[in-house]
Design a protein around this ligand. Structure first.
Ligand code: ADP
Ligand code: MG
Length: 261
């Protein structure tokens, strides 16, 4: 891979679940170093798109390339690829009976044979990167929502993955914690030389930290461009989505209406 190879390349992707088409004709390029927002109403297929990136969901048609290579299907090469992908899932996934430091050390213990002293140093480094140096001995129940999200972020970064995927990183956070998480995502992306995808329905919090934005709705890509182009769009569907109003070209609950269809 050269520095000009895009980190992510999706071409004419069709994703199905339970025999139903969730997304069709998705084409996307995410250059190395970029932050991309994947926006869309609840149930539009954002998490499904992430599942195709991690190889968890095999596309019904089209291609997914990461780091210039097609995502492998065989277990072993897929497991190797996944070490290069940091994923922050909606629920944080912290283990409640482990301390913050032990939680962050987990992936290092599972995937490396580094000595304990070095693992401790790496944990310190990650905690420092998310601004939580003093929290290492706390348990998850002792953390605020924003702190817990930052610990989960530190753990996702533990193996230094060049690609970070964030699934709804603002869920359950107040506006101040949301701002902290979003600027942290951007800062880590730039200082560590990563490429990031942020899946979110929080348009106004997400757009300011992104280089490009996609909007998915009604089974496909309805916008792809810069945040400024999105904000300036006169398209009624995009206007409805940006304003967050229930009446318009996007059904209020696209999952429910798809089931009813
Ligand atoms: N494992 C699954 N099996 C069948 N259908 C699924 C599965 N996961 C999600 N879906 C359906 O796919 C659609 C998109 O879901 P999802 O990608 O989770 O949306 P989003 O993340 O945008 O809220 C929804 O209609 C959902 O019900
Ligand atoms: Mg989702």
């Amino acid at each position: 891979m050269t520095s000009t190879t895009p980190t992510i390349r999706l071409a004419d992707l069709r994703l199905e679940r339970g025999g139903r088409v969730i997304l069709r004709d998705v084409t996307l390029t995410a250059p190395h170093g970029s932050v991309t927002a994947v926006l869309g109403p609840s149930g539009s297929g954002k998490s499904t798109l992430l599942a195709a990136l991690t190889g968890e969901l095999v596309p019904a048609a089209g291609t997914v390339e990461l780091f210039g290579q097609p995502v492998p299907r065989a277990t072993r090469p897929l497991r190797e690829l996944r070490k290069n992908i940091g994923v922050l899932l909606q629920g944080n996934g912290l283990l409640t009976d482990l301390t913050v430091a032990e939680n962050i050390a987990l992936p290092l213990r599972a995937h490396t044979r580094l000595p304990d002293a070095l693992i401790d140093q790496l944990v310190d480094l990650k905690l420092n990167a998310v601004g939580l140096r003093t929290a290492e001995d706390l348990y998850p129940r002792e953390l605020s929502g924003g702190m817990a999200r930052r610990v989960a972020l530190a753990r996702a970064l533990a193996l230094d993955p060049p690609l970070m995927l964030y699934d709804e990183p603002l869920t359950g956070l107040d506006p101040i914690a949301s701002g902290v998480i979003m600027s942290l995502i951007r800062r880590l992306n730039d200082s560590l030389g990563l490429t990031s995808i942020i899946v979110s329905h929080h348009v106004h919090e997400t757009l300011p930290v992104c280089d490009q934005a996609l909007v998915i709705a009604n089974g496909g890509l309805v916008f792809s461009g810069t945040p400024a182009q999105l904000e300036a769009s006169e398209d009624p569907l995009l206007r409805q989505f940006l304003r967050g109003t229930p009446d318009g070209p996007i059904p209020f609950d696209s999952a429910a209406s798809a089931r009813a269809a």
